[in-house]
Design a protein around this ligand. Structure first.
Ligand code: PEP
Length: 256
């Protein structure tokens, strides 16, 4: 089954009210690419403003807490994201796994909370260069998928309803300008799909598997044309409309 491509910009800890102009430009262009699902995930302070600035693209957070509310200074709950108008949340990004020691179990608990709050979820997985060089890339990613995916009845329903995506992001390709070989991406996405089926049976066909890691205007078309690449999670090239829109166009061209 062909899937609508999903192109998601992760602004990380970048952005300002002035940068909402970029989001508006991306939103205006979205009308030209009706066959592509487009979304941006700005830092928390900009989510509500971005929500009000755009109409044709999704808006998401980059993390959430496992609890709905309580004594957790500095944290933000999935319910709060939903309340402010977010559609989804990115969870388990390698920068959070690295900077905040997030484990697979914590990512899973956050995913459960996010789905319960009605948000879509993008679970990030990916191997380090050492793991790839040691020939362990597929094992590492398979284990991350197995242990990070949301579980239970709510999850199964949400997965069947298209609320889950997985982003394969080799850690060594994020922000480095180094992109994974298309053959390696194809192999890894097939491995992720197999783990999704193991977790959710037939519904495992539903989640889109995004590639992330130095995606740009020059390499997007080749990556997005690969089997089982259902879109892209884009960091650096999502910060301006000029850099992001060619990636969206490449996704749209593949659907033409
Ligand atoms: C990311 O932030 O998930 C990412 C893939 O970043 P970049 O595109 O800059 O490598």
């Amino acid at each position: 089954m062909a899937q609508r491509p999903y192109i998601v910009g992760n602004w990380k800890m970048n952005g300002s009210r002035a940068m909402l102009a970029e989001a508006r430009a991306i939103d205006r262009a979205a009308a030209r690419h009706p066959q592509v699902d487009i979304a941006l995930a700005p830092p928390f302070p900009l989510i509500g403003l971005l929500r009000e600035a755009v109409t044709g693209i999704g808006v998401g957070g980059q993390d959430c807490h496992t609890e709905a509310k309580g004594a957790h200074t500095g944290d933000v709950s999935a319910a709060m994201l939903a309340d402010i108008g977010a559609d989804f949340v990115i969870l388990g990004h390698s920068e959070r796994r690295r900077d905040h020691g997030e484990s697979n179990a914590l990512v899973r608990a956050k995913a459960d909370a996010a789905l319960a709050a009605g948000l879509g979820v993008i679970i990030c997985v990916g191997e380090t260069l050492e793991e790839r060089d040691a020939g362990r890339a597929e094992d590492v990613v398979a284990s991350q998928v197995d242990h990070s995916l949301p579980q239970g009845e709510v999850a199964l329903e949400a997965v069947a309803g298209g609320k889950l995506a997985v982003a394969y992001e080799p850690v060594w390709a994020i922000g480095t300008g180094r992109v994974a070989d298309v053959e390696d991406v194809i192999a890894m996405h097939a491995a992720v799909r197999a783990r999704l089926h193991a977790a959710y049976d037939e519904a495992g066909a539903r989640p889109r598997i995004l590639y992330g890691g130095s995606v740009n205007a020059g390499n997007a078309a080749a990556l997005l044309a690969a089997p089982e690449v259902g879109g892209a999670l884009v960091g650096g090239a999502s910060l301006t409309a000029d850099a992001f829109l060619p990636i969206v166009a490449a996704a749209g061209a593949g659907e033409g």
